[in-house]
Design a protein around this ligand. Structure first.
Ligand code: LMR
Length: 397
């Protein structure tokens, strides 16, 4: 049966992780996979997470299943985190929030649900988008198309071209948007642009599907959700997927959620049964530990404040590192403007260098980044920035 199965090339991000691990160069730098690293290059467990885990060990009295849609309490807290308290309550009659195994689980659940509701729809994704969006949505059988998004020359959002493209979208189409901290380019939509997208969605009737994997890593928990909340305020239907991997630093625990807003509550109840059945058919019940940590933190004012402070420190370090890198590149006299890196948000930016220059960085200098020249800014620290800037200046010479 399996003789005809052929090997696939390594996933571009995961392949890089594996190559980095076996590189013996003491100066190697990992700017590949999107995990936060502190100044010492570690991906620490947050103190609030440790405390929540200790509490769970003490207090949890059962490991029985949580059910296909997860913990009701977790779902309620996530809806508030994503939508804000006021909107979460106002929309409660016509929305559902369902716990999923990470943001990926939410993306796949959303894709399978959309496939049932509108099998021939197009899903329009930004060019570029996160590499895994294509398999996550496409393997559910949805047709994927790309809309223009990022200009590699000017490092700006190609907003006019994007809007021209989206004008072709109609009620049978889905438009995937990054809620904040665009992966891979770091260039986000501003308030006016979100408003324009909301107006166009109202006019054309397409369904915005928002992936928010980095809430809190850009400008703050509320600021990062402002765009999606604007859409949630006025659109009849909306899909939002969020991940707790990055903002709680619990990557391997796989905690995320999907929130779907419907036209009315009747519609919501019918759809809820479909979503639960799809989840049951894929993973049956979601893993609990990560969601239980998040639920514990979000339902305790002290733990929440501790977590918020730690997340703020993460965000500040990323933003500081962006400025530090731009300054260091300038100080090294590299004849190129890298100031866009300070304007961009979240973990990622493109360096905007050629693929052969990326290969040279990886092969000759052990500076690991994906071929597109996307870097994880959080991989940079005081101990490795000189090697990075030296290597880059040699490659660009
Ligand atoms: C990334 O883009 O590096 C992260 O979202 C991790 C992943 O799964 O690809």
């Amino acid at each position: 049966m399996f003789e005809s199965v052929s090997a696939l090339p390594a996933d571009p991000i995961l392949g890089l992780m594996a190559a980095y691990r076996v590189d013996s160069n003491a100066h190697k730098i990992d700017l590949g996979v999107g995990v936060y690293k502190d100044e010492a290059g570690r991906t620490p467990v947050m103190q609030a997470v440790k405390q929540a885990e200790a509490r769970l060990v003490q207090e949890q009295d059962s490991k029985s299943y949580v059910g296909p849609t997860g913990s009701a309490k977790y779902n309620a807290h996530i809806a508030e985190l994503v939508l804000g308290k006021d909107l979460a309550v106002r929309l409660s009659d016509r929305r559902v929030t369902i716990q999923t195994p990470g943001g990926c689980g939410g993306l796949r659940l959303g894709a399978e649900f959309i496939k049932r509701a509108a099998p021939d729809c197009r899903v329009l994704v930004s060019d570029p988008t996160w590499a895994n969006h294509i398999p996550l949505l496409g393997d559910a059988g949805l047709n994927i198309e790309k809309y223009p998004y990022y200009d590699q020359q000017s490092h700006e959002v190609r907003f006019d071209e994007m809007m021209d493209y989206l004008k072709s979208a109609g009620p049978e189409d889905v438009v995937l948007l990054h809620g904040c901290c665009h992966n891979p380019c770091g260039a986000d939509l501003n308030q006016e642009q979100w408003e324009a997208i909301r107006d166009l969605a109202l006019e054309r009737g397409f369904l915005p599907f928002i992936d928010m994997a980095y809430q809190g890593l850009g400008d703050g928990l509320d600021a990062d959700a402002a765009g999606l909340r604007l859409l949630a305020e006025s659109l009849p239907e909306l899909v939002v997927v969020n991940s707790c991997s990055k903002n709680f630093g619990i990557y391997r625990e796989r905690a995320g959620a999907i929130t779907v807003i419907f036209n009315d509550s009747q519609n919501r109840d019918a759809a809820n049964s479909q979503l639960a059945a799809i989840a049951r058919g894929i993973w049956s019940m979601p893993p609990d530990h990560g969601a239980a940590i998040v639920e514990t933190i979000l339902s305790d004012a002290t733990l929440y404040a501790d977590w918020d402070a730690e997340l703020t420190a993460v965000r500040k370090r990323i933003n500081r590192t962006r400025t530090q890198l731009t300054d260091a590149l300038k100080a090294r006299g590299i004849d190129r403007d890298f100031s866009f890196i300070t304007r961009e948000k979240g973990m990622f930016s493109f360096l905007g260098i050629k693929q052969e220059e990326v290969r040279q960085l990886v092969d000759d200098y052990s500076v690991y980044l994906v071929d597109s020249s996307r870097i994880n800014v959080a991989g940079i620290n005081d101990g490795n920035i000189d090697h990075l800037v030296d290597s880059l200046s040699r490659v660009l010479r």
